[in-house]
Design a protein around this ligand. Structure first.
Ligand SMILES: Nc1ncnc2c1ncn2[C@@H]1O[C@H](COP(=O)(O)OP(=O)(O)OP(=O)(O)O)[C@@H](O)[C@H]1O
Ligand SMILES: [Mg+2]
Length: 248
């Protein structure tokens, strides 16, 4: 269980100004749940993710994972960013094996595990390639494989498909759903895209701000696989859309 209790974050800008990025965020995410955070630019989504990742420290409140306070980055909470996060000097295989290497796993074992995860994202044939030789969609697949390879408890995804064209994006959304079925994780997924949220989430957290806070949490209980053209899907998307418009 991942628990945010009264979490607030105030940044100090370079010229000494205080910026209240999120305020009083309280949210409980259960194991293996997929929660999407949606909201306008600047409402504190990335900040929330970075706080859970331990890349930022809350100014107020606390974050607990399995009852343990989050006090810094850890392999149990892994982040996938929007783009360009692979190590360009490492092969695809060595990128995916990176976390295992840090954990001191032997070369043979980490390469075997990395290959398994590359197969999971459909890129086993690209193992020896370098990131620059891959398309954006393939690079994001490698980033997902790299994040999964160390078997984190929580996967944090910040608009991971945001830089991709619509078609590639749809393919990766389907892939994420398939991977999530076989390799269950708690996922916190940030997106601007309401349809993406309704396609993926168990619950959609609609944020408003700044300072970022929760406007509403929508239970997204549509049967999977979800059909974007179904009336229920469109109703739910409309509802979130209206909430976001009201949040202006
Ligand atoms: N390192 C920082 N220092 C100062 N202010 C920051 C910092 N990071 C974010 N902020 C501010 O905090 C607020 C929330 O930013 P955040 O990046 O969390 O929003 P977001 O919802 O992810 O936006 P977007 O959808 O554009 O990615 C904004 O006002 C932003 O300017
Ligand atoms: Mg952001």
């Amino acid at each position: 269980m991942l628990e945010l209790a009264g979490v607030g974050k105030v940044y100090s800008s370079i010229n000494g100004e205080k910026i209240e990025a999120v305020d009083n965020l309280s949210l409980v995410i259960v194991e293996n749940e997929l929660v999407c955070l949606v909201g306008r630019s600047g409402c504190g989504k990335t900040t929330t993710l970075r706080l859970i990742a331990g890349l930022e420290t809350p100014t107020r409140g606390r974050i607990l994972l399995s009852g343990k306070k989050v006090e810094g980055p850890s392999a149990e909470r892994c982040v996938v960013f929007q783009r360009y996060t692979l190590f360009p000097w490492r092969s695809v295989l060595a990128n995916v094996a990176f976390g295992l290497e840090m954990q001191g796993v032997s070369r043979a074992e980490r390469e075997k595990t990395a290959l398994d995860y590359l197969a999971l994202v459909g890129l086993e044939d690209q193992a020896r390639a370098y990131p620059v030789e891959l398309s954006g969609g393939m690079q994001q697949r490698v980033a997902v494989a790299r994040a999964l390879a160390t078997d984190p408890q929580v996967l944090l995804m910040d608009e991971p498909f945001g830089a991709l064209d619509a078609q590639t994006r749809a393919v990766l959304q389907q892939e994420l759903m398939r991977i999530w079925r076989v390799d269950r994780k708690t996922i916190v997924f940030v997106t601007h895209d309401i349809q993406e949220a309704v396609l993926l989430a168990d619950r959609v957290v609609v944020m408003q701000g700044p300072p970022g806070h929760i406007r509403e949490i929508i239970d997204c209980d549509l049967p999977r696989p979800r059909d974007r053209n179904s009336a229920a899907f469109m109703d739910m998307s409309d509802r979130i859309h209206l909430l976001l418009e009201g949040a202006e």
